[in-house]
Ligand binder design. Structure first.
Ligand code: C5P
Length: 399
């Protein structure tokens, strides 16, 4: 699978310097980044800076490479999986909206069929100018997408809307953007949430899992082009968009649902917190309060991932380890015992990570002995990082 190409167009504005960090983040996220600057942008920041950060030649002048100039803007336009223009000046927005192609950037944008994201940055009165607004609306109507500027103190001294969207907003917009179809063609099966093991019709054994991590993995995989089946224990979360969601209650039902769908899957992720035991008997009626002591006998549930690991063939198998002590040691043991390719280890004794919170902090460990630590962040971001890891280390490795 080839690396995604992002062409970043930088126009003349003080916010151009912020793009050094954005380009660096995009590279770290695995994109191949090509920067095109306008001549004005190169007054604010030296092209060499972007060249060093992007590790690709920076284009400014359409005529800078005489032997190639006539094809360069076309080849770059064709190469782009996504085009980002940031900061986008009123001038550049005006040119694109009116079909003017008189420099390397505007010519390449004109020639591309890739989605174009535009992040304007300018003085508040320029931004509010009716001509600029009409140009923006015209481009929006044509399918160009905008990352709105923020409200704040502007370089010109004014307060208002016009400041380039923050680096995080720009990078996240790109990560979320549909162009990243690096899971296209992959069939993904994910388990999520807790299971419920009923003792009688009104009582059950369960755990605090909400399903957030598994649901985030499912929706992220869907966005990246995979065909996804999510087998979920009881969870209040709505079915993720474009994901085939199968709801179950017990570990046994989850196991059966997984068996039903597994032969179709290329990648299986066990993010569910499956109950290890269930009561041997489930009373048909509510158990009455009688004796002072009640002894329950529990029987082991199937270990879904372990069973699949026994006949995994070419599938990629990913598990989670929720540990309260020595997480790395026990995580590694699980990786081996369950015949996994990757294990996501979290220390559930941290109050801001693991079960039923919105954030997590994990260590990824794979069969090759690679390790990657992901510091505390949202479960959405963790899901993105897990998929990035799978694409980079497990899928591309096999290609
Ligand atoms: O052995 P342990 O329960 O700690 O392993 C956790 C990993 O195994 C998780 O990925 C979980 O989804 C999976 N698992 C499973 N079936 C079980 C128990 C755990 O698939 N019965």
């Amino acid at each position: 699978m080839s690396q995604q190409n992002i062409v970043v167009g930088v126009t003349g504005g003080i916010a151009a310097y912020k793009m050094v960090d954005v380009v660096s983040q995009l590279r770290k996220a695995g994109f191949n980044v090509h920067v095109i600057m306008t001549a004005n942008a190169s007054q604010f920041i030296n092209p060499l800076t972007f060249q060093t950060i992007s590790q690709n030649a920076v284009m400014v002048d359409q005529f800078q490479a005489p032997s190639h100039w006539d094809v360069r803007h076309i080849s770059m336009a064709d190469k782009a999986d996504l085009f980002l223009i940031a900061p986008a000046s009123a001038n550049m927005i005006g040119k694109i909206a009116n079909g003017i192609a008189d420099d390397m950037l505007s010519t390449t944008v004109m020639a591309t069929t890739a989605p174009v994201l535009i992040a304007p940055a300018m003085n508040v009165h320029m931004y509010e100018n009716e001509i600029v607004q009409q140009n923006i609306n015209r481009l929006k109507a044509l399918g160009y997408q905008f990352i709105d500027p923020e409200f704040g103190r502007l370089a010109c001294g004014y307060e208002g809307k016009g400041r380039l969207a923050s680096n995080d907003v720009i990078v996240n917009t790109i990560l979320e953007f549909n162009c990243l179809k690096d899971l296209q063609g992959q069939k993904v099966l994910i388990t999520a949430g807790p299971t419920r093991e009923h003792l009688d019709p009104v009582r059950f054994f369960s755990n605090p899992s909400t399903g957030k991590m598994g649901y985030a993995l499912a929706s992220q995989a869907g966005k990246r082009g995979a065909s996804v089946t999510l087998i979920s224990g009881p969870s209040h979360l709505p079915d993720p968009k474009d994901v085939n969601t199968v709801r179950v209650q017990t570990a046994q039902q989850m196991y059966e649902a997984v068996l039903e769908h597994e032969c179709d899957a290329d990648i299986i992720i066990g993010a569910a917190a499956v109950a290890d035991y269930r009561p041997v008997q489930q009373a048909a009626q509510k158990i009455k309060k009688a004796q002072d002591e009640l002894t329950l006998t529990l029987v082991k549930n199937p270990d879904i991932l372990r069973e699949i690991g026994k006949h995994k063939n070419n599938r990629i198998l990913v598990g989670f380890a929720a540990e309260t002590h020595e997480p790395l040691k026990y995580g590694l043991e699980k990786l081996v015992k369950k015949n996994l390719d990757l294990i996501v280890i979290n220390n559930v004794s941290d109050s801001d990570a693991g079960f039923a919170v919105d954030t997590n902090r994990v260590v990824l460990m794979d069969v090759e002995g690679n390790e990657e630590k992901i510091e505390l962040t949202s479960k959405q971001q963790i899901a993105i990082a897990i998929w990035d890891y799978i694409v980079k280390h497990l899928i591309n490795k096999e290609a």
